[in-house]
Ligand binder design. Structure first.
Ligand code: ADP
Ligand code: MG
Length: 289
């Protein structure tokens, strides 16, 4: 390959808002067959807001928000920021712990508070009452992310947050398909939410409920099946999968760890540029061959 053409390609990419780590990245970009997209922050804006608060029977909303809000104020997760903003809790949290991809715990008002997936609450001996289990399923079916909260072994209630699909995501998926690429949605969020968001943007292949380490395993499973995999993500939890993929594309709006792990950065976080980067690499290398 002539370096000049590659440099022209990377220069054209930079004009579009696609930053390439080095000219050699264009070669792996051209060979991509499958594009794995993270949900939160990649397909959606990642700016969440609280849309519903459902206390457990006998619990008042104030207490639920005071305790859950205090723990979430110590977390940087988009879900946590939404809950902390809504709760505006004045309570202090001690012994804060982040269970990656599951939720958070901390001691508030002397009690052990857990906020996150029902599975994390179960680990702390907290069962959700049946009314909350069905309320959760219903909210998730409409694409909302629902987290549960509990304190000292007892359920406190649910908080539903909504994220919005980026206005450019459906077109981004259409552009990938037009290039003959297979889009796959990969998320730590649950199956119901993932399916609702996928349907909105035109993705049919969904892998949901995965922990960060499983994101890597999923990328490797696809590669083992013969796919050349591009992984697109924005979070700290996506960094290992970005590194494991044949090509890692980081959203420039995301975490530094993701940008460092990626081969390519989409500066303004517009997912349409994923297809544009692949099309550009094909054109650039076609002029060389
Ligand atoms: P994604 O892959 O969509 O970016 P994550 O792996 O960050 O999602 O999180 C997966 C799930 O873990 C969330 O949908 C939520 O249920 C739970 N979770 C993670 N962090 C938190 C937190 N700080 N508070 C509550 N729940 C959390
Ligand atoms: Mg994310």
């Amino acid at each position: 390959a002539t370096p000049t053409a590659l440099l022209v390609g990377t220069g054209r990419g930079a004009q579009l808002g696609i930053l390439v780590k080095g000219p050699e990245v264009l070669e792996s970009t051209r060979r991509v067959t499958t594009v794995v997209l993270d949900k939160t922050g990649t397909i959606t804006t990642g700016r969440m807001s609280v849309v519903d608060v459902v206390p457990a029977p006998g619990v008042d909303v104030e207490r639920l928000l005071r305790l859950a809000g205090a723990v979430e104020s110590a977390s940087e997760h988009p879900i946590a920021q939404a809950i902390a903003a809504r709760a505006a809790s004045t309570a202090r949290v001690e012994e804060f712990r982040n269970a990656e991809g599951l939720g958070v715990t901390g001691v508030v008002d002397g009690g052990r508070v857990v906020v996150g997936r029902p599975g994390l609450l179960a680990r702390h001996g907290i069962e959700l009452p049946e009314v909350l289990v069905s309320a959760m399923a219903e909210a998730e079916a409409s694409g909302r992310t629902v987290v549960a909260a509990g304190a000292d072994g007892v359920a406190l209630g649910l908080v539903s947050v909504a994220d919005t699909v980026k206005p450019t995501s459906a077109e981004a998926v259409a552009r990938l398909r037009a290039l003959g690429l297979r889009p796959v949605l990969l998320t730590g969020d649950n199956e119901r939410v993932a399916r609702a968001i996928a349907a909105e943007v035109g993705i049919t292949d969904v892998v949901a409920g995965v922990l960060p380490a499983q994101k890597v395993a999923e990328v490797e499973r696809l590669r083992a099946g013969g796919a050349v995999v591009a992984m697109v993500g924005d979070g700290v939890n996506d960094a290992p999968a970005l590194a494991a993929a044949d090509l890692g594309l980081a959203m420039g709006t995301g975490a530094d760890a993701a940008i460092e792990a990626g081969d390519l950065t989409i500066v303004r976080g517009d997912p349409r540029l994923v297809a544009d980067a692949i099309a550009l690499s094909r054109r650039t290398l076609a002029t060389i061959k």
